[in-house]
Design a protein around this ligand. Structure first.
Ligand code: PHE
Length: 501
């Protein structure tokens, strides 16, 4: 308002340092005052109410020591003041002088006072040599304090700078003129076009605030990918570059048929117990599976087929139809083989080799501890082709894990109802300095493959790998609950580095 009033009476503010700011009695000569002026100028300029030009000037300000001298006098003047005139009292000893004016002033001041001819020795003490002195330094500093410079000019200023009594400072000041939208009152600018403005028509005359494209804005609270999801992205891209297609895994609920029966897991297998698997209470029972396929699967269990003697145990339709939270996704691999075989028949196009993977959540009725969760992510994969052997499975593992930066693998014979042979995969972990299990795999048994309908000479291999374990290893996390779940600190998620395999 001050700037606008000033412009309206004088038409121009040639030097903003002449303004007397509200709450102050002196002109706004200081840097701080000019910064405040600049804020107001920018705001008025953005409304085109004024124009301003910036000028720069170097001015001097006092150091704390300089201000001290401006107030109380130079060291030499204080020394002089502490001494008696000759014959008018006993001379002051150096020790007494030190006490009177302080160490610093006594030390520095004595030399200068002697040089100036202000003081003299009298026996063992000091007395005044002049009845009057002119404290030039104090006067100079007072001048700098009020005007920012010295009439005497640079030679003296540079001496004061060397004595660390004053420093140079850049000062901005401004020349201000009226702008095209000049007015003495600051209209409130609209920042939003509102429904009310549109309906009343007030938008036609409203003054809108212009966009400030120079504003840097506030840092946004951006989201961050969870470490587990970063590892997942890495794994997905490894599969894609190896020519794998992703399987549809969006359904967490499956039936005993697809989760166990098609995999030739006996209906009495302990994995199907309530202690290991979450069953649904409502609805309890799945829709009937494809009839032909169901019959083939039930037969291979109950009586055997394709050279297998089966389990020769009674078959339970109820067990097969139970709905559950999938404990793994191997059943989805089987379903994909079944679909593949069905499509082949329909199109009569013949079998085509396939490589598929999925990364998604599975559920197990586990006791939760530092390394176990009831739901976790599995990396599931399946490869079907003619003439595949165990060497292809081992070869895949070596290539896949090398891409993840894991070179040192070991394979251990294992047992799965649906694979023969079965291999557990171990990797050497240099930080933990031990072998850790990172996957389970095998060649799918004929009891699984044959009922799907894929051609007789097609061999299928598959695996399941935990996603959490390599993630924990990568990030050096030893408690799974700091990786997944409600106890994970959000800023940990935001701060974790991107993984690099
Ligand atoms: N389903 C197995 C598991 O959950 C992994 C696996 C998949 C093993 C395919 C062999 C073949 O551990």
């Amino acid at each position: 308002q001050l700037i606008l009033d000033e412009l309206s009476t004088n038409g121009l503010i040639s030097d903003s340092r002449s303004l007397i700011l509200p709450g102050s009695s002196a002109p706004a000569a200081s840097n701080d005052a000019q910064i405040a002026v600049l804020g107001a100028l920018n705001s008025l300029d953005s409304r085109a109410m004024i124009h301003y030009e910036t000028h720069e000037e170097f001015s001097h300000v006092l150091t704390p020591e300089g201000s001290q001298i401006a107030r109380h006098g130079s060291h030499e003047a204080r020394v002089w003041a502490a001494l008696p005139a000759p014959g008018q009292g006993s001379p002051v000893t150096p020790a007494e002088l030190q006490k009177a004016v302080g160490d610093e002033a006594a030390k520095v001041g004595q030399g200068r006072a002697f040089k100036n001819g202000w003081i003299a020795k009298d026996g063992k003490g000091l007395v005044k040599a002049k009845s009057e002195i002119d404290d030039v330094t104090q006067a100079q500093l007072r001048e700098i304090e009020s005007s920012g410079t010295l009439v005497e000019g640079e030679a003296v200023l540079s001496d004061l700078r060397k004595r660390k009594l004053a420093v140079q400072k850049k000062l901005q000041w401004f020349t201000v003129r009226k702008g095209p939208s000049f007015s003495t009152s600051i209209a409130k600018l609209e920042t939003d076009l509102t429904v009310e403005m549109l309906t009343s028509g007030s938008w036609k005359t409203a003054n809108f605030k212009s966009y400030n494209f120079d504003a840097e804005g506030l840092p946004t609270d951006g989201g961050a990918l969870h470490p587990l999801m970063k590892v997942r992205e890495e794994v997905v891209s490894i599969f894609l570059e190896m020519g794998f297609a992703e399987m549809p895994t969006s359904s967490f609920v499956d039936s005993g048929f697809w989760c166990f029966d098609v995999l030739f897991v006996p209906q009495q297998h302990p994995a199907r117990d309530l202690q290991d698997t979450f069953y649904l209470s409502d609805p309890k029972i799945s829709k009937p599976p494809p009839a032909e396929y169901y019959k083939r699967v039930a037969t291979v269990h109950e009586h055997g087929a394709y050279g297998s003697m089966g389990y020769r145990a009674p078959w339970s339709d109820e067990e097969s139809r139970k709905l559950l939270l999938r404990t793994h996704m191997t059943g989805i691999s089987a379903r994909m083989l079944y679909k593949l075989a069905a499509r082949v028949k329909g199109a009569e196009a013949g079998f085509r080799p396939t490589k598929m993977f999925s990364i998604d959540r599975v559920f197990r009725n586990e006791t939760l501890d530092a390394t176990h969760l009831a739901e976790f992510h599995q990396v599931e994969g399946v490869v079907a082709d003619r003439g595949l052997t165990l060497a292809d499975l081992i070869g895949f593992m070596r290539v896949f894990f090398r891409k993840m930066g894991i070179e040192n693998l070991r394979f251990k014979p294992a047992y799965n109802p649906y694979t023969e042979p079965s291999l557990e995969v171990f990797a050497f972990h240099p930080l933990l300095n031990k072998w850790v299990e990172i996957g389970n795999s095998g060649m799918f048994r004929p009891e699984l493959v044959k009922p799907t309908g894929v051609p007789d000479d097609v061999h299928v291999l598959g695996w399941g790998i935990s996603l959490e374990r390599p993630t924990m290893i990568k990030y050096g996390i030893n408690n799974i609950r700091t990786l997944v779940g409600h106890k994970v600190p959000i800023d940990n998620v935001e701060k974790t580095a991107a993984v690099r395999f």
